[in-house]
Design a protein around this ligand. Structure first.
Ligand code: PEP
Ligand code: MG
Length: 568
């Protein structure tokens, strides 16, 4: 396959990051305003009580603002915004600021000191909490801006389609971006599974993370963004932009030329499914040309709930989620609580290593009441809608766990039970893990994290987390071979499923369904339509034979159909 994109001219500046949301964009840079910091010369507080009233009001206004934005955001974004608003409402945080006021600090400095006290605690806890430090500092910066009466940090007003550039976008910023005006997103930090990456793909905005020195790009500079290859070109020539535009048009034409169920050139069916996080996502995905849902992340619905939702509350939500899909398949994952997605009502206390701790199904085993309530509600909603509901468990490691889960699912009347394969141990023993189940679904995000011993929240470790890593591909192959021996279908619902080249490799390895952000479905459908099953098997063999991730991707790209160059 040759690359049809015009080569960037030598006087243009090319920077390579990681493409996390597909498509191309071109426009002027809008730099996101950096955080507001407390002034060094702020007058000390003489009346701490009165000052605390102002500080609380500042936090309250931040919370109200975030909640207001949440009301207009999508499900995934909504939950992130609500969870960030909860930080601003935290009484402990207000109290900590009060102590610093009593010690004589000015209002802005007291907020800053309280935030840093909390940040140190979050960082010491590690894992999910360390990841929330960005959100915590964003709340602090907004509260400082409020108390100083200056504009909030974040995206400035702009009215022409532009490329948003930031060190890292806080969820509050990503979630509320105007899709009509944001042509593309570039961040200097962030990783493949960061908030920015997930939200940008959900919103269908081309995005690149880990772009070197992105924050140094002068506002107004014209940039071209390639959300597939991860290339960012500063001051591209007219010819380069024309090439990009041509590619975008060809791409759009190619993507609309194929429709319907996913099929290889020789008719082998590979179901194309959506990843969703709640009712709004379901309502948006339902009318689209896809075969149902391959991953409903139910924990996203409850990220900001203090109390366990009742069976009735859950039934209502699941009914609304299933309804837009008619009789199509909806694969529901039971609560994947813990580690990067803690739920207040399912907290088993602090752990040294939350990602290796009692999360996912391990937490359900300790709180079977939560699992049973959820299964009961899912069965109620299934009966009410007639959807083809299949239920799977997260973080399964052994055959016993899988059998325990499958039994519980069936005891609740639900017809199909499956497991996520995202722990290497389960992947290597898939034949037995799937023994009592109806299907498996590869969670390549966690599978890469656990295979390569690299925290998926750390953008700096992106190379290790690359699903093209030969070891990750070997583990995936082992899982597919095990499923084939057990005679059970295996799908993919991690980010890898939405990469058109990897989708071909996965198909060649025996995967029968691919679930992804809806914005990626047409690309994968197009890629499949150009290749026979034997082609996919050949591509898989090439990938497996390569010694490095980069060589695996390059070998597959080279051998893939030429027409695919409009996408990658
Ligand atoms: C995965 O781990 O690949 C997955 C799909 O689940 P999540 O990203 O929600 O952990
Ligand atoms: Mg996972």
């Amino acid at each position: 396959m040759t690359d049809s994109t015009a080569t960037p001219p030598t006087d243009a500046e090319l920077r390579r990051g990681i493409g996390v949301s597909p498509g191309t964009a071109y426009g002027p840079v809008v730099q996101v305003a950096p955080a507001v910091t407390a002034p060094a010369n702020e007058a000390p507080t003489t009346d701490p009580e009165a000052a605390l009233v102002d500080v609380k009001a500042a936090f309250d206004s931040v919370a109200a603002d975030l909640e207001g934005r949440a009301r207009h955001a999508d499900d995934t974004a909504q939950q992130i915004l609500k969870a960030t608003a909860l930080i601003a409402k935290d009484k402990g945080l207000h109290k900590a600021a009060g102590k610093h006021l009593t010690a004589g600090k000015g209002k802005a400095n007291a907020i800053s000191a309280a935030i840093e006290d909390y940040a140190a605690q979050f960082e010491a806890l590690g894992g999910y909490f360390a990841e929330r430090v960005t959100d915590l500092r964003d709340v602090g910066s907004r509260a400082i801006a409020a108390v100083l009466g200056v504009p909030a940090p974040g995206v400035p007003h702009f009215d022409v389609p532009s490329v948003i550039v930031a060190e890292d976008l806080a969820p509050a910023e990503t979630a509320t971006l105007d899709r009509a005006l944001v042509a593309g997103i570039i961040t200097q930090a962030g990783g493949r599974t960061s908030h920015t990456a997930i939200l940008a793909a959900q919103m269908g905005i081309p995005a690149v993370v880990q772009c070197p020195d992105a924050t140094q790009i002068a506002p107004g500079t014209r940039v071209a963004v390639d959300g597939d290859s991860g290339e960012v070109t500063l001051n591209p020539t007219g010819a380069y932009v024309d090439g990009l535009r041509e590619r975008r048009e060809k791409r759009a034409a190619a993507l609309t030329a194929t429709s319907g169920p996913g099929r290889t050139k020789d008719g082998h069916h590979v179901a194309l499914l959506a990843n969703i996080g709640g009712i709004k996502d379901a309502e948006e995905a339902g009318p689209q040309d896809l075969e149902g849902v391959g991953l409903f992340r139910t924990e996203f619905v409850f990220l900001s709930s203090d109390k366990a939702p009742t069976v009735e509350e859950q039934t209502e939500i699941y009914t609304k989620v299933f309804a837009p899909f008619g009789d199509r398949r909806v694969v529901v994952r039971t609560l994947d609580a813990g580690a990067d997605k803690p739920l207040a009502f399912a907290d088993l206390g602090p752990e040294e290593n939350p990602a290796l701790g009692r999360r996912g199904l391990r937490l359900s085993a300790e709180r079977p009441d939560l699992l049973d309530a959820q299964l009961e509600a899912l069965e109620n909603a299934r009966k009410a809608t007639g959807a083809d509901v299949r239920v799977m468990a997260p973080m399964v490691a052994t055959a016993e766990e899988a059998a325990w889960f499958a039994r519980r699912v069936r005891e609740n009347g639900l017809p199909k039970a499956g497991v996520m394969i995202e722990v290497p141990g389960a992947a290597l023993r898939a034949e037995h893990v799937l023994g009592d189940c109806d299907f498996g679904s590869l969670g390549t995000n966690d599978l890469a994290q656990y295979t390569m011993a690299a925290d998926r929240m750390q953008g700096e470790l992106s190379d290790l987390l690359d699903p093209w890593q030969p070891a990750v591909l070997d583990v995936i192959k082992a899982a597919c071979d095990g499923a084939a021996k057990a005679g059970k279908p295996m799908g993919v619902c991690g980010e890898a499923g939405g990469d058109p080249l990897l989708a071909l490799v996965l198909t060649g390895l025996g995967v029968g369904s691919l679930s992804m952000a809806p914005s990626k479905v047409s690309m994968v459908r197009f890629a499949l339509s150009l290749h026979s099953l034997a082609d996919c098997q050949g591509l898989a063999a090439r990938a497996l034979a390569a010694p490095t991730a980069a060589e695996a991707a390059a070998a597959v790209k080279e051998a893939a159909h030429e027409e695919l160059s409009v996408l990658i």
